[in-house]
Design a protein around this ligand. Structure first.
Ligand code: UDX
Length: 429
């Protein structure tokens, strides 16, 4: 099928590349000339497992193209995916400026029947809003359908999440659009939920807010575990065997971050409030998340014996492992607070150093984990990169000023580290 994907961020690029790899003809559009030039040469601006290989392969086969011209892309496509960003505005609402602009652009160049597909996470009612923008901006009459088809891609595993989705959600009242979308996804062995657009939009927010709730829940449980002397890892395991609960998203840590959970929780709170519902549960989820970062800072301070004149070594800046993304990263927030407290902070992350540098310019950016550890009064692990699990902690201990370790992701073995001679603390254990 002929597809065009407007917006080449994480979601757009993965969607475009994967659709092309499935055999569709895809044109990805972005107004950033430089980005499009690089993408046309197969240069990927983000770190995402498997993506570069797909883009290179599909560029070569001609199934994937990049352009800055919406007109060129829309003219040859029937399926038009909107994958532009919807950042939080100052009040926590999802900012739809880019979605509106793109909808207007599409309408002004439409040359026949089009299905406009909202993949961006958008507030309830946006499908109808995009319909209105298009109706108002059409130069001449053309039949079209606007539908909701939310994405559920996790950074780091976005390609496999796209190719092997847990479910596909299509929100539309148009049989024609539903038929074409069903055909597009027919090779995917996944449950297909066809529903109305408003429910599809809600599914996305409800899913992300629920997962965020799980994380805050286990973090709250971890905090209780600490005082009663239980181990939250054992507790998660024991909970997870119950199929109604499951093992996923029960890892205690420094709080959730990233480009989706915080933004989507804020937006859902706003949506609920606008319709007169006080979503106290979700407020609590966000409070726990903020407090979890503060608790981590307090723990660092206590374990280091204050911040004044202390050298804090930090492993990890990305909001989670296997990504270079630092958006709303608890690690970056924590480093920032520790710096404000007056400590000297040395940091290392395998992929996120460049992105983080503008937010924590006072930090010292080290070449590796061992450099971070040198003369440190405490080593703090904030992102669960695999390489941090396999470091030579005996060597690290020799390099440190004092062997104190805070494993804020519970990814190391306390018994092994204590045996080496560390004062070790995790989260909730
Ligand atoms: C998320 C959703 O999973 C995805 O479906 C949606 O479309 C976009 O948002 P992503 O932001 O890539 O994906 O990250 P995810 O893997 O879900 O993790 C979010 C945050 O929660 C991270 O900061 C992570 O470290 C934290 N987390 C996750 C925990 O602290 N503990 C857990 O057990 C799981």
């Amino acid at each position: 099928m002929e597809c065009c994907v407007i917006g080449t961020g994480y979601v757009g690029l993965v969607t475009g590349a994967c659709l092309a790899d499935m055999g569709n003809s895809v044109i990805c559009v972005d107004r950033d000339n430089l980005k499009i030039n690089k993408l046309s040469k197969g240069e990927i601006p983000i770190f995402e497992a498997g993506l570069e290989a797909i883009v290179t392969r599909c560029l070569k086969s001609g199934k994937l193209k990049f352009t800055t011209s919406t007109k060129e892309a829309v003219h040859v496509s029937t399926l038009i995916f909107i994958t532009v960003d919807t950042p939080s505005d100052y009040q926590g609402y999802a900012d739809l400026t880019h979605v509106d602009e793109v909808a207007g652009d599409i309408a002004s160049v439409m040359n026949g029947y089009k299905i406009i597909i909202n993949k961006s996470t958008v507030p309830v009612g946006t499908t109808r809003r995009v319909e209105r923008v298009i109706e108002e901006s059409l130069k001449e009459y053309h039949e079209f359908d606007v539908i909701s088809n939310p994405e559920f891609l996790r950074e780091g595993t976005a390609v496999s999440d796209f190719m092997k989705p847990a479910r596909i959600v299509i929100g539309s009242g148009s049989q024609k659009a539903i038929m074409m979308m069903t055909d597009l996804y027919r090779k995917m062995n996944a449950p297909l939920l066809i529903t109305d657009p408003v429910s599809a939009e809600m599914i996305k927010y409800a899913s992300n807010a629920f997962l965020a709730t799980k994380v805050s829940y286990i973090n709250a449980i971890a905090n209780i575990c600490e005082v009663v002397g239980a181990d939250v890892r054992e507790v998660s395991l024991g909970m997870g065997y119950d199929e109604r609960i499951g093992f996923e998203f029960l890892r205690a840590g420094p709080g959730f971050g990233g480009s989706c959970f915080p933004k989507d929780c804020r937006a859902l709170l706003r949506i609920a409030g606008d319709y007169g519902y006080n979503f106290k549960l979700l407020e609590g989820v966000m409070d726990v998340n903020r407090e979890q970062q503060l608790r981590t800072v307090d723990k660092i301070k206590r374990m280091a014996g204050g911040f004044d004149g202390k050298k804090i070594g930090v492993l990890g800046l990305a909001f989670k492992a296997n990504t270079d993304d630092i958006r709303e990263s608890p690690a970056v927030n924590i480093v920032s607070m520790v710096l404000s407290g007056g400590a000297e902070v040395s940091v290392y992350d395998p992929e996120a150093m460049e992105n983080a540098s503008e937010f924590i310019p006072e930090a010292k950016f080290a070449g590796d984990a061992y450099e971070v550890a040198a003369q440190a009064d405490i080593l703090v692990l904030l992102t669960e990169w695999d390489e941090f699990k396999w470091l030579d902690y005996t060597r690290i201990k020799e390099l440190m000023n004092s062997p104190v370790l805070l494993d804020a992701r519970n990814c190391l073995d306390p018994a092994v580290l204590r045996k080496i001679g560390y004062t070790y603390e995790g989260v909730g254990r």
